[in-house]
Design a protein around this ligand. Structure first.
Ligand code: SF4
Ligand code: SF4
Length: 450
């Protein structure tokens, strides 16, 4: 790929750009890239393909070509941008400070404004991003129906007979995660600690995690209360908008952010706790998302500042030492850790989850190779970019197995689901758990032992 020089402001003023509409990637951000290539070896899609167009530098070069009017936004270009996981590994290693996440989010939003996708994809996106995610009640109804489908034996029957392939969207059914027996409820409940109150927080339930990992969210409230934190779960909250924002659906993401800002600033709290890395990273960027909204810009910044990832919060607070051993038959449980991109890279939080794991008795912590390389989940990426997602899942499985771990711990529902499915497909026995679940288990075992 050739190296371009930065166009003059006159070039941009003459309106040659083929980015159009309200959400335009900033040329200033784009031209910070000096094409040094330091980011290439950090990029999962480049590691897999070795192709420049599947690298951060290549994707930025394509943005510049569109910005300078050298090309329209073509299906091939959209294909290269769509392959980006928005994991932000490139952002962390970039010496020029290219805000790649912001660039790609705006680019995706622009694509959705000026580029017409195929009917099937448009319909799927419209149902998911505009019909389901912004509506917690509808999401609950769909979750309940899918849980019934799984528990009634209908899923097993449909898979065995191949009937599943006849249903609309049947090819995606194999990616359906197991729904929790108990969904996490957001009803304005308050969970109070037994002794002195050290902090008061509000907590996000989210969308997918509430339905797929309800008991983990309950474990989060228990661990917080155990450590003297009063937890309030606002009833009027909803999905944080991360999946929409990352997919270029910025208007609906803004609506969802406004709803949460109203819900979370309704009461005075010390922090807003988020247990899903992708949601935490988006809420910390509400200020950017609503920067041009005079009614919400300031409050969006306030929510962003108050938002804390659960591991970050517990680590800053200082926790009561867990006492229950997770060793099995006297043998330490070998645990490795997968850095969820939106925790390790977007939020740059890598030490706290490891510190929590290391504090648990009976755990032998081992690092795995490439823990910061995306597992291929990427929000809706695993649905729309299946081939690359599966390649990255296989790469991750290989690294988990090579670590010798019994358990891979992580911090995001998408990663848990992706790694569970990948390990199952590979016939590997390692389990996948949230860090907080392991901590909660240790507290409970310690209590049971007296
Ligand atoms: S490391 Fe930064 S400046 Fe260098 S090519 Fe990658 S994005 Fe551009
Ligand atoms: S965000 Fe991740 S996948 Fe996308 S270009 Fe950067 S490193 Fe590659």
């Amino acid at each position: 790929m050739s190296t371009e020089s930065r166009p003059t402001s006159t070039t941009r003023a003459s309106n040659t750009s083929n980015f159009r509409g309200p959400d335009v990637p900033s040329p200033e951000d784009m031209y910070k890239c000096v094409h040094c290539g330091f980011c290439l070896q950090a990029c999962p899609t480049y590691l897999e393909t070795g192709l420049e167009a599947e690298s951060p530098r290549g994707r930025i070069a394509l943005m510049k070509a569109v910005e300078e009017g050298r090309t329209e936004i073509t299906p091939a270009i959209v294909g290269h941008w769509d392959k980006c996981l928005q994991c932000r590994a490139c952002e962390v290693v970039c010496p020029s400070g290219v805000p790649y996440g912001r660039l790609m989010e705006a680019t995706r939003a622009n694509v959705e404004t000026v580029f017409k996708r195929g009917f099937k994809k448009r319909r799927a996106r419209n149902i998911g991003f505009n019909g389901v995610l912004p509506d917690p009640k509808r999401l609950n109804r769909i979750g309940s129906a899918l849980r019934l489908y799984q528990k009634s034996g209908l899923q097993a029957f449909a898979r065995k007979t191949g009937a599943v392939r006849l249903a609309p969207g049947g090819s995606l059914e194999k990616y359906l995660p197991k729904l929790s027996d108990r969904f996490f409820v957001t009803s304005g409940q308050v969970i109070r600690p037994e002794g002195e109150v050290r902090a008061r927080v509000a907590m996000l339930g989210g969308c997918v995690m509430r339905l797929t990992h309800g008991p983990t969210l309950e474990a989060v409230t228990r661990v917080l209360a155990r450590n003297g934190v009063e937890v309030y779960v606002p009833e009027t909250q909803g999905c944080c908008g991360a999946l929409n924002a990352h997919s270029g659906e910025r208007d609906s993401a803004r609506e969802m952010a406004r709803r949460n800002i109203d819900a979370f600033l309704d009461v005075e709290t010390d922090a807003i706790i988020v247990a899903a890395a992708g949601c935490g990273s988006t809420m910390k960027e509400y200020g950017d998302l609503l920067a041009d909204d005079p009614g919400y810009a300031e409050r969006a910044e306030e929510v962003a500042e108050r938002t804390k990832d659960i591991h970050e919060f517990l680590s800053d607070l200082g926790i009561e030492a867990p006492k229950g051993s997770l060793a099995r038959n006297g043998v330490a449980l070998k645990v490795t850790y997968q850095d969820s991109c939106h925790l390790g890279l977007a939020q740059r939080i890598t030490a706290p989850p490891r510190q929590l794991l290391n504090a648990i008795p009976g755990v032998e912590f081992v690092e795995m190779k490439e823990s910061l390389v995306c597992c291929g989940s990427g929000g809706t990426y695993s649905l729309f970019e299946q081939e690359m997602s599966l390649r990255l899942a296989r790469r991750k499985t290989g690294n988990i197995v090579a670590s010798g771990a019994d358990i891979v711990a992580t911090a995001n529902p998408g990663c848990v689901i992706q790694m569970e499915q990948a390990l199952n497909r590979a016939g590997e026995g390692a389990g996948v758990r949230y860090v907080v679940d392991l901590l909660d288990e240790s507290y409970r075992l310690g209590d049971a032992a007296g």
